[in-house]
Design a protein around this ligand. Structure first.
Ligand SMILES: [Mn+2]
Length: 230
């Protein structure tokens, strides 16, 4: 099965519990719509896991983009010597975690794309612009700041008229629906269960506010959640 998630924000334990709850295994693929890091206490472990797992496809969100801007400046200040910069780079994450981000994982993070596209869906972090006919502008033609920071695409009245579903996060769904649940916009007259039966899927359950982390199955349209234990 193909699963899609967004805005994990350093919640390593919740991510592990979520993958366990869906019995995530070799035959599955997980798509991650950015903002894997910051806020929660497990950013390094989240990156170590996601970027080194063969069946996980990640894209950058605004948090990865700004982390890399800072980290690349630290690196340049030390003549590109990663081991000299590593302590300063690690200090960007929660000090409680206190784990080094290894260079190989850092290089993988630097090379992450800003969108992932499949036959039936496109993943971006925040959104895509629509043209005058309500079709999405192809992600390869959209500027990076827009794709990771947009706040228009999340509005319920913005409905892309394309055959591919657009999956995104960035803004907690609760600010739209009042609920900490994935918001999937079903196509008028859609019959199937797969993701092509949806216009767009808003995935950010605002885990740092709600304690809820969820993912969406692109093949059967089901949502799965885990909750932080009190
Ligand atoms: Mn974001």
């Amino acid at each position: 099965m193909r699963y899609i998630i967004s805005d994990i924000h350093g919640e390593y334990e919740l991510l592990m519990r979520l993958l366990e709850s869906i019995s995530f295994s070799e035959g599955d693929v997980l798509y991650v719509c950015g903002d894997m890091i910051d806020k929660g206490g497990g950013s390094v472990r989240v990156l170590d896991f996601l970027l080194n797992e063969p069946n996980v496809r990640c894209i950058q969100g605004n948090h990865e983009l700004s982390f890399l801007n800072y980290a690349e400046a630290e690196l340049a200040r030390r003549g590109g010597d990663y081991s000299a910069a590593q302590r300063h780079i690690g200090a960007l994450f929660s000090p409680r975690e206190n784990l080094p981000l290894d260079e190989q994982t850092f290089r993988k993070l630097q090379s992450l794309p800003f969108f992932a596209e499949e036959e039936d869906f496109i993943c971006v972090h925040a959104g895509l612009p629509l043209d005058g006919d309500g079709h999405i502008v192809p992600p390869s033609a959209v500027r990076v700041p827009f794709i990771v920071q947009d706040r228009n695409f999340m509005r319920p009245e913005v409905v892309p008229r394309d055959s591919k579903c657009v999956c995104f996060g960035h803004t907690p769904v609760r600010f739209i629906s009042g609920r900490d649940e994935i918001l999937a916009y079903r196509r008028n007259g859609a019959r199937g269960d797969g993701i092509s039966s949806y216009y767009k899927v808003h995935l950010d359950t605002g885990v740092y506010l709600s304690g809820v982390l969820g993912c969406f199955c692109a093949d059967d349209g089901r949502s799965f959640y885990v909750r932080r234990q009190p």
